[in-house]
Design a protein around this ligand. Sequence first.
Ligand code: SF4
Ligand code: SF4
Length: 292
Amino acid sequence: MADGRLTILYRGPLASCNYGCEYCPFAKRRETDAERAEDEAALTRFVGWCLAAARPLRVFFTPWGEALTQRRYQRALAALSKAEHVEKVAVQTNLSASLDWVGEARASRLGVWATYHPGWTSLDRFVAQCERLLGWGVSFSVGVVGLLEHKAALEALRARLPPSVYVWVNAARQDSAQYTHDDVRFFESVDPLFRWNLTPHPSRGLACRAGEDVVSVDGDGTVRRCHFIPTVLGNLYTAEFEQVLRPRACTNESCRCHIGYVHLEHLELRRVFGSGLLERVPESGSQPPART
Ligand code: SF4
Ligand code: SF4
C-alpha cells in the first residue's frame, strides 16, 4: 500500500431484496427480525471500525441482496461519506429506494453502482432516480445484465440519460455463449468497455492488488483477498490484520467480475476508472486498452 489507502468491499449477512429477478437467489426474500438484528449489529461494528480507522479508506458495499431499502444502510453511507479519511463510499443497488438520505450525506464522496432491472421498475422511475443523483452531483454508473431480451430496454435507457452517464453491460452468463457478432457490437455500442466483461480474464499466477490494498470483509470481520477466493487472510477486528496485506498472485484460473478483475495489474483498468473505480465510472477522457 504505497499510499496507505485501503479499499474494503463489505458484504454482510443481508440477503434480502424487494425485486424478484428470476435468476437471483435473493429475489423477493424478506429478512426475519433475527436476520435484521444480526445484519445491523455487523454493520454497526464495521462502520464504527471504518470511522475510527487511521488511514485513508474507500468503502464499497456489495451486498448479496438490496441494502439501500434499509434505513440502516442509508445511515451508514451518510455517516461514512462525512468522515474526512473516507475518500469514497460506494454501493451496488437496484436504485429502487427513496434517495432522500443523500441529503444527509456528503454527495461528493458517494458512489452508486445502479443496476436497471426492466420488469421490476419502469424506465421513468429509474431515470427519475438517476436525475436525482445527477442533481446532487453523485458519481454513479448504471447498467443492465446483457440478456438478449434486455436489448430494447437498454437502448431506451441509454437514450434517456445524458452522454456523461456511463452505461455498462454485464455479459449474461446464460446468454453470452450465444451472443452473435451483432449482439456483441450492439452491447459495445452502448458500453465501450463491454468486451472487458464478455469473457473471463485468465488470472492464475498473475499479480492482483486484491489482498494488498483492497480486501473483502464479511459481517464477522473475516478478511479475504476478494469475494472469489475463500481463503481467509485474517480478521479486520484484530490488531494483526494489517500484517496480512501484501502483494500476491491470483490463485484462481480466471476472474470474470468487474469488482475483481479491475485489480489485476496487467489489465491497467485502475487507470481507466481512476477515482470512479468502485462505482464503475471511467475517468472522462481515459482511453481503455484494446481488447478483442
Ligand atoms: S435486484 Fe439484484 S439482489 Fe434483487 S433480485 Fe434482482 S439481482 Fe437479486
Ligand atoms: S484476479 Fe480476481 S479472483 Fe484473482 S485475486 Fe484478483 S479479484 Fe480475486
